[in-house]
Design a protein around this ligand. Structure first.
Ligand SMILES: Nc1ncnc2c1ncn2[C@@H]1O[C@H](COP(=O)(O)OP(=O)(O)OP(=O)(O)O)[C@@H](O)[C@H]1O
Ligand SMILES: [Mg+2]
Length: 334
């Protein structure tokens, strides 16, 4: 209860809770990097999130709690561009890394990952996710004022580039030059506001479309990262649930197409080449990085991903369509 008591004190001190209000807390599932609760007060139902200094993963993984503030900044910025597809922030105590946002009832807002796992692959959701990410990128591309609000280069390195690409390079020394070059190029690309964790587990599907959560990795950098990160998740689902493999690939295609419709800050071919190369690296990182996907446990599944990723790193696809085609060919020949 200690954590809840701390949060209550923070919310009282900041005036979010009325004196004497005794809120009810219910811990939400997920929450690897934060404490996330449903909070019920006399005023309504909310979601409160507090960043943890030590992540709940097998490896000892610490991350500065200041990332909470950049999540809030991302939510505010993105909401100004895409409206209700991103939760409204209602309160923040940046010093204590606590914030409150709107709560989405799980009865009306399921997690996209669960829908995908169950074979409910709604192409419309994929389309809306692609458009959502594309709008945030297009709306922030080349905007120095936004860039200044996200001095998160080191955080992104610690949360994403190092545990994924650089860790995979340590596991595969022969691929290290390519993986490290990929990480370095990503680190030095500063084009738009990146979410950094566009994963189906961070997307809720509601009656008004998808809602994107969990922006702790927000960074002003390479928009190709978001497209690649999400594509990686959809491709890995083909191994997890082979029965729905064609639907996942179709979802990735539609998401990509909707994303491209928003792209106006650089030639599509440039962004595509970076995204396709990154996807190869991230696929490998999701089996041999610091944060492997929890659903690929069988040796042959992991070996397939390792082998396919290796090919996509050694000779990168030039477009996302090419990458999906090659994945499908390897997948069908396995
Ligand atoms: N505003 C919200 N309304 C309803 N549910 C939410 C809300 N925010 C988060 N959740 C639920 O809590 C889960 C964890 O939240 P979130 O992803 O923000 O935390 P996290 O600790 O950063 O997660 P992880 O590191 O595991 O991805 C989400 O997957 C979602 O199910
Ligand atoms: Mg999450």
């Amino acid at each position: 209860m200690l954590r809840e008591a701390d949060i209550v004190e923070t919310l009282r001190a900041g005036g979010f809770l009325r004196p004497g209000d005794d809120p009810k807390f219910e811990r939400l599932a997920g929450g690897v990097s934060s404490d996330v609760f449903r909070l019920e007060t006399s005023q309504g139902v909310y979601c409160v999130k507090r960043a943890l200094a030590k992540l709940r993963v097998a490896a000892d993984w610490r991350a500065p709690v200041e990332r909470s503030h950049y999540e809030v900044e991302w939510l505010r910025t993105a909401r100004s561009l895409v409206g209700d597809q991103v939760p409204r922030v209602l309160f923040e105590d940046a010093q204590r890394s606590v914030f409150v946002m709107e709560f989405y009832d799980p009865r009306t807002h399921g997690v996209w990952k669960q829908d995908l796992a169950d074979g409910r692959v709604d192409i419309d959701v994929a389309r809306q996710v692609g458009a959502l990410i594309g709008k945030v990128h297009a709306g922030t591309a080349g905007d120095l004022q936004v860039a200044e609000r996200f001095p998160t280069h080191d955080l992104f390195e610690d949360l994403r580039l190092s545990p994924y690409l650089r860790q995979a390079a340590r596991a595969h020394p022969d691929l290290a030059p390519r993986l490290l070059a990929l990480a370095d190029r990503t680190a030095t690309t500063a084009l738009a506001l990146v979410h950094g964790d566009v994963s189906p587990k961070n997307i809720l599907c509601g009656p008004d479309g998808p809602v994107l959560l969990d922006a702790e990795c927000a960074w002003y950098g390479d928009p190709a990262f978001d497209l690649a990160f999400c594509a990686t998740h959809l491709l890995l689902k083909t191994i997890w649930r082979p029965a729905h493999a064609p639907a996942y690939i179709a979802a990735a295609a539609v998401l990509h197409e909707a994303y491209l419709a928003q792209l106006n800050w650089e030639p599509a071919a440039q962004l595509e080449a970076r995204a396709a190369a990154l996807t190869g690296g991230l696929l490998l990182a999701r089996v041999d990085g610091k944060s492997p996907v929890e659903y690929l446990v069988a040796d042959d599944e992991r070996a397939f991903v390792r082998g396919a990723a290796r090919r996509l790193i050694e000779s990168p696809a030039s477009t996302m369509a090419d990458l999906r085609m090659r994945w499908r060919e390897l997948y069908e020949a396995r």
